[in-house]
Design a protein around this ligand. Structure first.
Ligand code: NAI
Length: 495
């Protein structure tokens, strides 16, 4: 008999232990335990008292050994050094794609269920990059910044995951949500890499949609979408919007997929207001568990549990947080779970039952542990040359005066002042006196003679920076580079 697959299990805080116990009872009844060994790990609120990571060394070791973790909700201490375990795990283990499935469920009343509109789509969110790097600085008295990093290989891995998931699930259409009309370089890269990846999946229809239009379309006509792939922050917001379409976070499972470690979790919090009262709804954790069973190959068990869940909901069983319109008493967490377990083998009547004939064996293979950090590269080499620099200054003087002083400083150098902007809007050489300014300017210097670019190097730019720093407070500095002759920097608004 082959070894069972080991999966780290963190039951979490608040309602976490109750809903985990409930789900494991259903798994047990469906025969999952003969294929999987759940290995308990210590993580969460109680560990924060001892360790600011909120997880023990043994827990980390177990997760790394297993490559899979199934987790309940965990509290993050407010203030102090403790960081969200959910975010830490995703980033530390490179779980780059967050996949959430939003489907209308029987007994869960929403405006769409009342209107007879079927909602069933996936959101695939990039999980590592974007503003979630949390790279923030206070630049001046009045201005803070958050750096938004988007990388080509970071985009590629989430797009590939989306297309592979769509192919596996038989999803025929994938959309890319973005704001490339404004953030032409960062969202532009995300969209460009989506289009390139799409060419490898010709059987899947693709489209792109600007994020604000996407939000409106999802509310107006959610049935038009089957899968949407998004950068991190936009994906975060759209995920919760989508949860609202199907009745709330209690019905939205979540998988965080990485090359080496994947995390399956409930997306709601620890619900401290109802913890220990037997009121909690285990559906989100259960549905996340079904994503996990499918991920490891236990398709038959996942299908039979999902059929039993739908049959249970069709029979009017519900926990206290939903189903109020049914006029029936809510079931406790345990009764709800036991009813699902008892309904194994039953088939839904309001929708097509899922086929229970598929694989019931573990097919998951643990990727080999890397010996070094993996360097993500696109392997498309470009030739870059420096053509100038943007220097950021902390100053309150007027654009006109600032320009005169900077022109004087660079007069005897190889650079000329070509642009000044404030909060991204051009204020020199042209601009409007109606443009309001703050104490943080971007001033752009470019080579007077672009023929010098190939031999420029960085030293003349650093020398220019040095001159400016003698007269002004420099807060930031960015060399301007062209890649294969294409500008690697944005123009200012109005330029
Ligand atoms: P929450 O999701 O815990 O609760 C919001 C409301 O939803 C409460 O009224 C709660 O009773 C209800 N609710 C949530 N899950 C439920 C379930 N399964 N069944 C029935 N009712 C449910 O959000 P809140 O109050 O903002 O956060 C509480 C704690 O949870 C915080 O410490 C927060 O950091 C943590 N949290 C953890 C998350 C995770 O581990 N993935 C996600 C969100 C919050």
């Amino acid at each position: 008999m082959p070894d069972k697959l080991r999966i780290a299990l963190a039951e979490g805080d608040g309602i976490g232990p109750e809903i985990t116990t409930a789900v494991l009872r259903i798994f047990d009844a469906a025969g999952v335990m003969s294929a999987i060994d759940f290995v308990p790990v210590e993580m969460g609120q109680r560990v924060f008292d001892r360790d600011t990571r909120g997880m023990t060394d043994e827990a980390i070791q177990t997760v790394e050994d297993c490559g899979l973790i199934y987790k309940g909700p965990m509290g993050t201490p407010i203030g102090g050094g403790g960081k969200s375990i959910n975010v830490s795990l995703r980033k530390m283990y490179g779980a780059f794609a967050n996949i959430r499935h939003f489907q209308a469920l029987p007994g869960v009343e929403t405006v769409y269920s009342k209107a007879g509109v079927d909602v069933d789509f996936y959101v695939v969110r990039e999980n590592i990059e974007d503003t979630y790097g949390g790279i923030e600085h206070r630049l001046t008295n009045d201005v803070v910044e958050c750096k938004r990093l988007i990388s080509a290989p970071g985009c590629d891995q989430v797009h590939r995951q989306a297309f592979e998931t769509a192919r596996r699930l038989g999803i025929r259409s994938v959309h890319c949500g973005h704001k490339a009309n404004i953030m032409k370089m960062s969202d532009g890269l995300f969209l460009d890499r989506f289009r390139r990846m799409a060419s490898e999946y010709p059987e899947i229809e693709t489209g792109d949609v600007i994020i604000d239009a996407l939000c409106m379309n999802l509310v107006l006509r959610p049935q038009n979408y089957r899968m949407v792939v998004l950068p991190n922050l936009q994906g975060d917001i759209v995920s919760d919007l989508a949860a609202g379409l199907v009745g709330g976070l209690g019905f939205a499972p979540s998988a965080n997929i990485g090359h080496h470690i994947s995390i399956f979790e409930a997306v709601h919090g620890t619900a401290p207001d109802i913890a220990g009262k037997g009121l909690a709804n285990p559906t989100s954790l259960l549905l996340s568990g079904l994503m996990m069973l499918r991920h490891v190959g236990l398709l038959k068990q996942a299908a039979s549990i999902e059929n039993a869940l739908i049959a249970t909901l069709e029979s009017g069983i519900h926990t206290a947080d939903f189903g109020h319109h049914l006029g029936t008493d809510p079931a406790s967490t345990d009764t709800y779970a036991d009813t699902i377990a008892a309904n194994l083998g039953k088939k839904p009547t309001t929708r097509e039952p899922l086929p229970e004939s598929a694989s019931d064996k573990v097919t998951f293979e643990r990727a080999e542990r890397p010996r070094h950090n993996t360097l993500l590269r696109t392997f498309e080499t470009t030739r870059s040359v420096c053509v100038g620099c943007d220097i950021y200054l902390d100053t309150t003087i007027s654009p006109q005066e600032l320009a005169e002083r900077l022109k004087a400083i660079c007069a005897t150098t190889r650079f000329e002042l070509t642009l000044m902007s404030n909060r991204g809007t051009q204020v020199w050489p042209t601009g409007s006196v109606y443009t309001e300014v703050v104490d943080y300017y971007r001033v752009r210097f470019e080579l007077r003679d672009m023929h010098d670019a190939p031999s420029l190097g960085q030293s003349p730019i650093i020398a220019l920076l040095d001159r400016i720093a003698e007269k002004f407070l420099v807060t930031d500095f960015q060399p301007l580079r062209q890649y294969d002759g294409i500008r690697g920097y944005s123009l200012a608004q109005g330029q």
